[in-house]
Each structure stands twice: as C-alpha cells, then as structure tokens.
Design a protein around this ligand. Sequence first.
Ligand SMILES: [Zn+2]
Ligand SMILES: [Zn+2]
Length: 386
Amino acid sequence: MAEKRDYYEILGVAKTASADEIKKAYRKVAMQFHPDRNPGDKAAEEKFKEAAEAYEVLSDADKKAKYDRYGHQAFGPGMGGGGFHASNMEDIFSHFGDVFGDDMFGSFFGGGRRSSGATKARGQRGSNLRIKLKLNFTEIAHGVTKQVKVKKYIICNTCNGSGAKDKNSIQTCNTCGGNGQVRKVQNTFLGQMQTVTTCPTCNGEGTSVTAKCTACKGEGRVYGEETISIDIPAGVQSGMQLSMSGKGNAGERGGAFGDLIIQIEEEQHAELQRDGLNVAYDLYLSFTDAVFGTNAEVPTIDGKAKIKIPAGTQSGKIFRLKGKGFPEVQGYQRGDQLVNVNVWTPQNLSSEEKAMLEKLSNSHNFKPQPNKNDKSFFDKIREAFN
Ligand SMILES: [Zn+2]
Ligand SMILES: [Zn+2]
C-alpha cells in the first residue's frame, strides 16, 4: 500500500485553515475528481475517495485534533483513517448534502447517479403465481411428475408479446433515440453537470408502440391457461413450498415471467397416519387372535403387507415394518411403518358367551401378570419413535 498522503495536502489547505476554508477546498477537489466528470477514470475515483476521507476527518473538530497531534496513527493501524467507512461511492455521496446543500444533492448527485447504471428495460416483470397441489401418500413417498393446468397470464400469440399491432407500429422512442435513458445538462454554480435518467416517454424501454395489438390491447399478454409439468421430489410435506422460476405470470410487453410457487398439501389417508418420516397404523385384533396368534394383513403406502402376530400378543405392542415410511426430501434416511396393536374387547355378548367367559374369569391364567419384558406404555412410545 502506498504511503498515506497528508490530509491537508490532499485538500490543498494549510494546517491553519478555518473550517470554512476546508469545506471550500474539499468542494473544489471533489468537483475536480467527481466520477460524473471523469467517467471510467480509476485514478480520479481514488482521488475523489481520498478527498472524501480527508474531509471526513478535517471537518470533525475532534478527529481533526487527534490527527493534528498524532497524524494517521491517531486512528489505529490498518484503519483508513478516522474510522472512515465511506469506501464505496454511495457512502461518499451521502455526505454531500452537508457540503453542497440538499437541493444540489437531490438534483444531480442523487437522481443522476442512481439511474445512470440502469439498462434498457423491456416491459414489466410478471407477478408470482401461487398454487396449491394435493398429493397422496404414494405420490409423496416416491415423488411424482404432475401435469397441472394453471390459469395465468401468457404471452399474446397475436403480437408475440410486443403489444404492437404489427412490426411497423413499433417505433424507436424519439425522446431517447432508443437508449431508454436521457441525459440532461444542468448549469450549476459549480459549472455544467450532466445527469442521466430513465427516459420519461418510454419508461426506459427504448421503443414506443404507435398502434396497439387488438388481441391483448397492447399489454403483450392475455389471461389464459398453461399446462405445466411439475416435478415433485419424494418426501415432501404439507406446508412445504416449491418454486419454479419463470413459470408464473407473463410480464407486460415482453417483460420477464414471474415465478410459480407450489404449496404442498397432503391428502389424508383413510387408514394410515403420517408422523414425520414414519407412518402409523392402528391394528385391531380380536381377543382370540391375540391369544392364539395370526397372520394379519395391514395397509401400507404401497398396498397390503402381511405381518405375523405371535401367540400371546399384548394390546399396545408395536410392530415395526422397516423402511415402509417416507424418505427424507434431500437425504438418505427412510422412515418405518409402526403397527400399533389394539386388542378388541367385546362390548355386546350373548348370554351363552357371557356364561363361557364367566367360567374363565377366575382362571389363574386370565389374571394380568406383566413381567419385566412387558414394557410400559412410555417405554414403547420412546422406542417406537427413536
Ligand atoms: Zn397482443
Ligand atoms: Zn425513450
């Protein structure tokens, strides 16, 4: 890094200069190296920043006193100087109000600079479009490509989006000559200043339409319908949003398309419940099936599955079907299906059935005798969901 120059030297003033003299000196140097007067000149830009830094310090009584005493060291090693942060141009311009007055700032620094980088804009961007998409468990588990008819603004076929009746009715804007920008020269007490702003006649488009397309009334777009192919990755959930760039509403007169935002909704399954990656199913067993054991058929995301229920299965037992749950959206994990056993207690009994059961009610084997292998409800829940 080059040796920092003395702030007084940068502004070309003596150490004894008054605040007013410093301000005047800065104004002079800033105008000389102003980027609008020296377009593309890096050296001038550096000088312009250097002057802003010097002025920042010398215009502040406190900082100036420190600088007079310690020089650049006053503000610590590595610091630009004086806690000076205006390393970018916008910051520097924000200081100009003080020096040149707010009127000047607004009229040629503010307005001019902000739009000078603007490029010729075609039309206006279309808005984003939001749709809801209902998916069933099978579609969610495997991912799916959906063809969805969407009502939205589409490009007008008649004029291809230009909004003009025909080729001859599109004309280069007279005001800006097709640039989309206009330059204004202002006389100020500092001399002539040039500013660049968006052309007011064509709003920066560079062309104007003399006769409008009748199909779209000059908008370049019409309300219509498009069938959009939407790829849904496996594992999505209710409330998730997917975004397809450029699939929203068409813009006016050839402007960019908005985005399509797809909000996922889960269709309820008649028998299965989703819990994150896992699927839960309540299996009801008759008392005798629980006692003797059976082969039970249970629904899964992908159709029926058979599970073996061993003899003596207790109500509340959870069987786990590994890998029969949902996949992670962006990952390698896959959930399980948890089959929760409920032993059905008969509610209506004939007198014959009642008599049979009464005989058994005092039987030793019918008395609950949980052993340590019969886990508590909470243990089972903890185990099942971990
Ligand atoms: Zn049209
Ligand atoms: Zn124009």
